[in-house]
Design a protein around this ligand. Sequence first.
Ligand code: DX5
Ligand code: ZN
Length: 218
Amino acid sequence: MSTCAIHPSILSADFANLAAELGRIARADAVHVDVMDNHFVPNLTLGLPVVKRLGEVTDLPLDVHLMIGDVDRWAPGYADAGAASVTFHAEASAAPVRLARELRARGAKAAMALRPATAVEPYLDLLPELDMLLLMTVEPGFGGQAFLDVVLPKIRRARAAIDGAGLPVALQVDGGITRDTILRAAEAGADVFVAGSSVYGTADPAAAVDTLRKTAQA
Ligand code: DX5
Ligand code: ZN
């Protein structure tokens, strides 16, 4: 792969010490922030006030992953809060093109996510509207789940479509990324890797980030 970015997910970090936890991943390319509302997914995490404060205490770009309903209403606020990228789920948006344009107009990168069972083909024509496509490699909602190899063919098809159209769209994977699975995801064409438990579940998160990057580039 020519490019490779590692985005640790703070879902597996110590929620009582988030500022300190961000200091443990200084060599990451961005920090992945999972927002869940107990409607789109069966879990509840954090929201806009916390994202705003995170932006104030770190120089790392914020990669905000919204797993919420009514995302057309809520996502623009995360762009206004300073998120570098805002990812909405295609399954939760009534107007994904309008939303992507609104995010870009507010200065954020626009990203769209697909659950493992959502086909990418109906969305390929939307790629020019996006800065990043996220293909979930677990069912969204929880950290620590096993990587779903069944998503690999979809990653390959998305990579072929992006390259075929010559588009500058990043291809992110999220869920079950470890030093074993990152290689399979990278070979399939992913270039941005979210990792929660395999970074914050280790004694040395900074070293874990370095190891993941080296493995993906190998
Ligand atoms: C799951 C979240 C992920 C989660 C990944 O729904 O979107 O970002 O933090 O955790 P791991 O890397 O442990 O699978
Ligand atoms: Zn995520």
